[in-house]
Design a protein around this ligand. Structure first.
Ligand code: DX5
Ligand code: ZN
Length: 232
C-alpha cells in the first residue's frame, strides 16, 4: 500500500514551548515538520506574521533528523531562497498566486534557483485556484510536491473545503499517467485535516497530510492525535 505520512504544522503548536512540542512530534514517530512562513504582507494582516530563517535554523540545529518543509506565504518569495537554504530548509513550497507577471516563467525561475540552492521545490495552490493551472509547471520536472490548500492560508483551525478532494483526484490521475519525473510528485494536503476529513484525503490519493490543530491541540496528546488520522 501507498505510504501516507502526517506532517505537523507548527503554526498550531505552543510557541512558548517549541522544543517540547517538537520532542512530542519525534516521540510520536513523525519525520517531517511543516513551517508556515507568513510575512504579514502577502497575507495582509499583523497576525499573519510567523517564522523566518532564524527559526528554521534553530529547529534544524536542535532536531537535524526532521525534514523541514517551508511553506512560503510571502511577498516576493525569491528573497528567501538563500537564507532558507543556509538555515537548513529541505524544501521550499511557494504560493502559485504569489507569482505575479509571467506566472509560469517566474515560477520556473524560482524553482530553478531553489534547486540550485540544494533544496527541493513545491508549489501550493489556494482553494480558488484550479489544479489544471499548474500542470504546465509540473511538466518542467522542477517541482516534486504540490500543496493543495483546503483552507485559505492565514490561520489554523479552519473548516476543510471539499473542493480540495476534487483537486487531489485530478492531480492523482494526472501524476499516475506520466512516465517522466512528474510521476514522482508528492501530493500534500494542507488545512482542516482531522479525524473526520483525513480518510477522504487518503482515499483520493494524498501522500502527506499537514495537520496543525488536530495534532498539537488534541486533548490526549500527539500519539492519540496521530491514531485519529488513521494513516494506512
Ligand atoms: C494554513 C496553513 C496550514 C495550517 C493548517 O494557513 O498553511 O499549514 O497551519 O492548520 P490546521 O491543521 O489547524 O487547519
Ligand atoms: Zn501550510
Amino acid at each position: 500500500s501507498r505510504k501516507v505520512i502526517a506532517s505537523p504544522s507548527i503554526l498550531a503548536a505552543d510557541w512558548s514551548d517549541m522544543k517540547g512540542e517538537l520532542e512530542k512530534c519525534i516521540g510520536a514517530g513523525l519525520t517531517h515538520i511543516h513551517v508556515d512562513v507568513f510575512d504579514g504582507v502577502f497575507l495582509d494582516s499583523p497576525h499573519a506574521l510567523t517564522f523566518g530563517p532564524q527559526m528554521v535554523r534553530a529547529i534544524n540545529n536542535r532536531f537535524p533528523s526532521l525534514t523541514l518543509d517551508i511553506h512560503l506565504c510571502v511577498d516576493r518569495p525569491v528573497r528567501f531562497i538563500e537564507a532558507m537554504a543556509e538555515a537548513g530548509a529541505g524544501r521550499l513550497i511557494f504560493q502559485w498566486e504569489a507569482m505575479s507577471e509571467n506566472q509560469l516563467q517566474s515560477a520556473i525561475q524560482f524553482a530553478k534557483l531553489v534547486r540550485e540552492s540544494g533544496m527541493n521545490c513545491g508549489v501550493s495552490i489556494n482553494p480558488v485556484t484550479d489544479v489544471e493551472e499548474i500542470f504546465p509547471l509540473l511538466r518542467t520536472e522542477l517541482i516534486d510536491l504540490v500543496d493543495i490548500l483546503a483552507v485559505e492560508p492565514g490561520f489554523g483551525g479552519q473548516t476543510f473545503n471539499p473542493i480540495a478532494l476534487e483537486k487531489i483526484t485530478k492531480l492523482r490521475e494526472w501524476i499516475d499517467t506520466r512516465n517522466d519525473k512528474a510521476e514522482l510528485i508528492t501530493i500534500l494536503v494542507d488545512g482542516g485535516i482531522n479525524k473526520g476529513t483525513s480518510k477522504f484525503v487518503i482515499e483520493r490519493g494524498a501522500d502527506i497530510l499537514v495537520a496543525g490543530t488536530a495534532l498539537f491541540q488534541h486533548p490526549s496528546g500527539m500519539k492519540d492525535a496521530l491514531k485519529d488520522l488513521n494513516l494506512p
